[in-house]
Ligand binder design. Structure first.
Ligand code: TRP
Length: 333
């Protein structure tokens, strides 16, 4: 249609580090699906980023494919939104090299994620870990993304991508689209079920603190039954009620009900009833995803067809941007 408003372009990517948690899903991926309906999106499994820490080859391969299958299972339509594996689109590595030469040592040294990871992997502070943000900038800038959904931990990297783009444009003219962070309207920050002031994380040694997306229904019920609450016996949102607040958020994300509606629904009822309702809502939310995941994981041919096709579509856009960059810089083409 001639007067149709052009949809904004979005790019996001996720590292393939095993099964995501309910927190990853409600906080990020559910929003990817919503964005894919509203915007012109492309999504990648960032396997090149993953090798900045040591990976066991067979597990790494399985995790990459597992994450890819998971993104299909949450309902991203690969026909509408190119869905690809980062290493399949060689332009990412190439552009990241060029961007490395437009990024200062001091800038990368200030990245808090680098400082944290360097401290926690002191035996392997490799150059890739240091240059991680320029590869992420390449991911984004190759697709002229206008919006990038990011959590708090990636905000500094996105800011750096913006700075690199502006610097490059300052020298060579308008080559890159300067991306903006997209903060989801209803992005929930799901907390640990055991220590609800902390983020839900699968690296938590207490397995009752997190729900994995492939947890079976009885496991989900058991984990919610053990979730920490408080002694007030009131299903309502409030200060100092971190455990209950977290359960309300989870219930709200899965059912679409507001905090007030939830308080009304459970008025006069105990935490036992509420926890069961939350568990059931989560089981129902995950059921179709788990079913599709099993289906995709067992259909290797379909998966392969999707990621080859995604890489082809992504390469087409990426190559155009890369060629433009190389030309501007003065490479012989
Ligand atoms: N670094 C991101 C993370 O760990 C993943 C990522 C890689 C990404 N490339 C990206 C996110 C481009 C957004 C855009 O979460």
């Amino acid at each position: 249609m001639e007067n149709e408003v052009k949809k904004k372009r979005v790019l996001s990517a996720v590292q393939s580090s095993g099964t995501p948690t309910l927190g990853n899903y409600l906080g990020a991926f559910k929003n990817w699906k919503n964005m894919s309906e509203e915007f012109d999106c492309a999504f990648a499994v960032a396997d090149l980023h993953a090798i900045t820490v040591r990976q066991e080859p067979a597990k790494f391969r399985a995790n990459t494919l597992g994450m890819y299958a998971f993104l299909l299972a949450i309902g991203i339509d690969p026909q509408k939104s190119p869905l690809f594996i980062q290493s399949h689109v060689h332009q990412h590595a190439e552009l990241s090299w060029v961007l490395n030469c437009y990024t200062q040592f001091g800038e990368l040294s200030r990245m808090t994620q680098f400082k944290d990871k360097a401290a926690s992997h002191a035996d392997n502070v490799n150059l890739g870990l240091f240059a991680y943000p320029t590869l992420m900038a390449a991911d984004i800038l190759l697709y002229n993304a206008e919006l990038v959904p990011v959590g708090d931990d990636q905000r500094q990297h996105l800011e750096l991508a913006r700075n690199i783009a502006e610097r490059f444009n300052g020298v060579y003219g308008d080559v890159f689209t300067v991306p903006e962070a997209y903060i989801a309207k209803a992005g929930a920050r799901i907390k640990s079920l055991q220590e609800p002031t902390k983020k839900m994380s699968k690296s938590d040694p207490n397995i009752n603190s997190f729900i994995l997306l492939d947890d079976a229904p009885d496991v989900i019920v058991r984990k919610f039954k053990r979730a920490v609450t408080d002694s007030e016996a009131c299903v309502c949102y409030g200060e100092g009620k971190d455990g209950v607040n977290n359960l309300i958020d989870i219930y709200s994300c899965c059912t679409g009900k507001t905090r007030d509606e939830i308080a009304l629904e459970f008025e006069g009822k105990g935490y036992g009833d509420f926890k069961m309702a939350v568990a059931e809502a989560v089981v129902e939310e995950l059921r179709p995803i788990q079913e599709r995941l099993a289906q995709y994981k067992s259909d290797k041919a379909y998966l392969e067809q999707c990621y080859r096709d995604g890489a082809q579509k992504a390469s087409y856009v990426a190559e155009r941007t890369l060629k433009k960059v190389m030309k501007k810089v003065g490479f012989v083409l």
